[in-house]
Design a protein around this ligand. Sequence first.
Ligand code: KIV
Length: 275
Amino acid sequence: MEKFSYNKTDRRKVTTLRLQEMKTNKEKIAALTAYDAVIAKIFDEAGIDLILVGDSLGNVVQGLDTTIPVTLDQVIYHTKAVMNGVKRAMVVADMPFMTYQISSEDAFFNAGRLMKEAGAAAVKLEGGEIIAEKVRVMTESGIPVMGHLGLTPQSIHRFGSYRTRGTNKEEADKIKKDAKVLEEAGAFAIVLEKIPYQLAQEITDSLYIPTIGIGAGPYCDGQILVYTDMLGLTTEFTPRFVRHYARLREIISDGVSHYLEDVKDNEFPNLDESY
Ligand code: KIV
């Protein structure tokens, strides 16, 4: 696969324009989720291009089984926290279930809150043709929109499982059409989740805007993962698209056990650590 030597000292702020330039230059977009300032600051300083305050915060932060109960106020709260840690990365806030489906006015108002109150640079919505009008209204009014196709977790109760999407012709054609419609409506990028890599490649090649894959193979213009999966904080979720780049669960557990022993044995604090 083609290697791109990227400039690690490039501290230019990441914008929709910069993402577009990255696609043109074949520089991959590296994205992760984050939900608080401490983690966001580490990712930003490491050079991550895009941080998504995903409604996956329902799973990660709140311990829920689905993202459905997540509220707009909760995403605003976490986006504000992330913004406090970030200087360079583009921060995108997820629009939770029922905050954009009802009407264009409602969707526009709620997206506006994510930008005005939380400071997000863009919002992300799940769906294709069905949300195209909302994407158009928002984009024309200055709100950059990222689409999300393939496996769309907010529709879990409609599909009944988190299986791979686009594995039959009808579903694949629909995803391709939705991607085109989103681009035409003004979306600046599209997340492709859990679809065959050939389909993701075809969509990526057919679009002017970048695609960001999660479980969609290596030919997307960028990649995103939920950070707790990729850093090994959650170990029970093991789909094949998650690579563990660290084993934070073990590191934290060891550190906490050591601290606990020291407190019980009266080894912590010592007098040098006291006033
Ligand atoms: O909510 C989220 O974290 C997401 C990513 C999985 C793309 O939508």
